[in-house]
Design a protein around this ligand. Structure first.
Ligand code: GLU
Length: 298
């Protein structure tokens, strides 16, 4: 097998202690497998991107000795690929236009006595599956059902995470038909990540555990697009001051590139790696052999 791994930062801020853990784990896993390690700048959500953050992230990674094996890819340059995938899904009946506003969705849910919400997103009740009924199209959604035309059967995805073990999600109940292209015309993370992982030949995804519950949606998308499913490993998260996942909102500060060894050691602790080495390259080499012994065959 030719191992291809990747780190896929969103340049909505700089690399912080939490994102360094994901970068380090994906790099170590690629090295442990004798594979290639890529970096993809996930700048699809343009309004949230901080100008120049992409270049700073690449420089921060380089300061830690985490240098991609190929030039980085920017999602903002890949609209044509996402458009082609969406066209395929529309042609095959998997994707459909949705004219609902958030208020429409809340109202439809309330009418059936439901107030299902997940991470601030309402579980879509499928209102526009049967057509727009005169409403202007806003977003494009993917059917979350096992086959085209089936509305009653739930989409059940069983998958395996290398660290978390057996995983299961009823995608229909948990999220419903999900957005591929947003009402503001921007591509949704789910579509862009699936198209890019496949086109870059990514065989192993190593990323933070906060993204684990996106994986069933991505596996469904891979299946309906006829793309391979990579192996997944979701890493432990770094808690912020409030105990939630570390983010800009709860105190994440950019990792200090002046002392790469200290930052790598801290990230290693989160991953249970206690490596030796009195400089960053030596520490990384030792961490890679520890990682290899622990994760290579899992
Ligand atoms: N761009 C996503 C983030 O920064 C990561 C996507 C992924 O690794 O699949 O949270």
């Amino acid at each position: 097998m030719t191992y291809v791994g990747r780190f896929a930062p969103s340049p909505t801020g700089l690399l912080h202690a939490g994102s360094l853990v994901a970068a380090l784990a994906s790099w170590l896993d690629a090295r442990a497998h004798g594979g290639r390690w890529l970096v993809r700048i996930e700048d699809v959500d343009r309004p949230r991107c901080v100008p120049g953050a992409d270049r700073v992230i690449l420089a921060q990674l380089a300061a830690f000795g985490l240098v991609p094996d190929e030039p980085p890819v920017w999602q903002s340059a890949r609209d044509a690929q996402y458009e082609a995938a969406l066209a395929q899904l529309v042609a095959e009946g998997w994707a459909y236009p949705c004219g609902c506003t958030r208020a429409d969705i809340a109202q439809a849910l309330a009418q059936c006595g439901l107030t299902r919400e997940r991470h601030g997103d309402l579980v879509y009740p499928g209102t526009c599956r049967a057509g727009l009924h005169g409403k202007p199209a806003r977003a494009m959604r993917l059917l979350a059902t096992p086959s085209i035309g089936v509305t009653a059967a739930p989409l059940l995805i069983d998958w395996h995470d290398r660290r978390l073990g057996a995983q299961h999600q009823n995608v229909s109940a948990a999220v419903g038909d999900f957005v591929l292209k947003r009402a503001d015309g921007l591509w949704a993370y789910q579509l862009a990540v699936v198209v890019d992982d496949a086109s870059q030949g990514v065989t192993h995804v190593v990323r933070g555990e906060d993204l684990a519950d996106n994986t069933p949606r991505q596996i469904h998308l891979q299946r309906v697009l006829g793309l391979p499913t990579p192996r997944y490993l979701h890493t432990p998260l770094v808690p912020g001051a409030d105990g939630e996942k570390l983010s800009k909102q709860n105190g994440a500060t950019p990792v200090a590139a002046e002392d790469p060894l200290a930052a790598l050691r801290t990230a290693g602790t989160v991953l249970g790696i206690d490596a030796a080495g009195d400089n960053a390259p030596a520490w990384l080499a030792d961490a890679a052999s520890t990682w290899c012994a622990r994760w290579r065959d899992r």
